[in-house]
Design a protein around this ligand. Sequence first.
Ligand code: GLN
Length: 470
Amino acid sequence: MNITDLTIKSAHDHLKNGDFSVNDLVDATLKNIEEKNPKINAYLEVYKDVKGGIEKAQSLYKTGEASSITGIPIALKDNILNKGKIASAASKILENYHATYDATAVSKLKKESPIFVGRTNMDEFAMGSSTENSAYGVTRNPLDLERVPGGSSGGSVAAVKMEGALAALGSDTGGSIRQPASFCGLVGLNPTYGAISRYGLIALGSSLDKIGPITKSVTDAEILFNVMKGKDSKDSTSVDIGPEKKLPKKLVIGVPEDVLSMDGIQPEVRKNFEESIAKFSKLGYEIKNISLPNAHYSLAIYYVIMPAEVSSNLARYDGVKYGLYKEGDNLLQDYIKTRTQGFGKETRRRLILGTYVLSSGYYDSFYGKANELRRAVIGDFDKAFEKVGVDIIISPTTPDVAFKIGEKAANPLSMYMSDILTAPQSIAGLPAISVPSGLSNGMPTGLQITAPYLREDLLFKAGKDFLGEN
Ligand code: GLN
């Protein structure tokens, strides 16, 4: 048996049966990392102090107190705080920043004694779609080393795909869990905004950021979500998911024709999507055509609101409070030197964009307008779910499969297009999951399922049906 290829669920069952030990599992995982990471660059750091955790986890299996994630090797994206460890958000400006506390998601997981194996590469501060914007080198797609793994959670996804962890945490602001999961043939869950606390996630766009799991199965995504979810007094925007809801007997699926006819969706991806629709029909789901007339504004809305929030959130990196400090002739020169040398190109581009859309005279026409349109996008989804009465909405996750390294790096606009299908849910704060839907030109494609606010249960049900996990 290849034990690093297992899902969380099956590894847990084997650990319970004593088929192998936590030590065996972690050892095999670390071997894979040692062998594959030099090429793939999924991990920025592999933790050296896992021994105590292994012993603790193994003892929980002995006493019968182990939960589903006890002893399971999990990777953490470099923007999620793990007390005592570096969290650099793949930026030079935070190169030596050690977290002084745990993110709530991390502390909830820690209670069940998984093994955090290390921190993974990402686009700097999670801005990007290819993991080429890291200050620490590009991450390669384990399925084709010439291609990107997607981004910004590319390191987390590559870590799981190269069997250097059984699962990973990522963050999704506009598609950063779903898009790379799709590019590497994995499951990626973007939870409802607030369903998992943002406390301890290095802030990017605060009205959009979410932590979520990257896994090999929908069942595993559900396991991790259930541990991490819930209201947190340290994040005022967090919410309780509430009591279990009744699942409808037969789910009605909405297919948004107007979204699918947007420019840039490749014919092969479209064809694969048609096959996914046919699969759902066969499973007894009812398919309805719906319209989301404002969804095509989402990317434009995203690229106003998100940089605006970035410019505010990243103001704290001034050389005084955190991380890198470069001395200039006076305080202003300190700021300029530190930020010019500490931030990469894409980060600086967004800071300029964000500062611009928030500046007096432009605020209303850009930021104000984007927020108005944001409400219109939310209204489209409300109508589809409440008036038209669909339970979930499906689309491809990305307009194309994983592209070649360097192919889009010089053209930010074409890079931004990667998120045309994932931005609408981010704008609306809705949960969406990407599940593998086969291959197109030899590379994985993903199917994105979207549900109403706090209805992750519908995503899990449809995702499991789709992948035959039920
Ligand atoms: N690719 C998008 C961006 O560059 C989304 C990033 C994310 O979700 N963190 O902003």
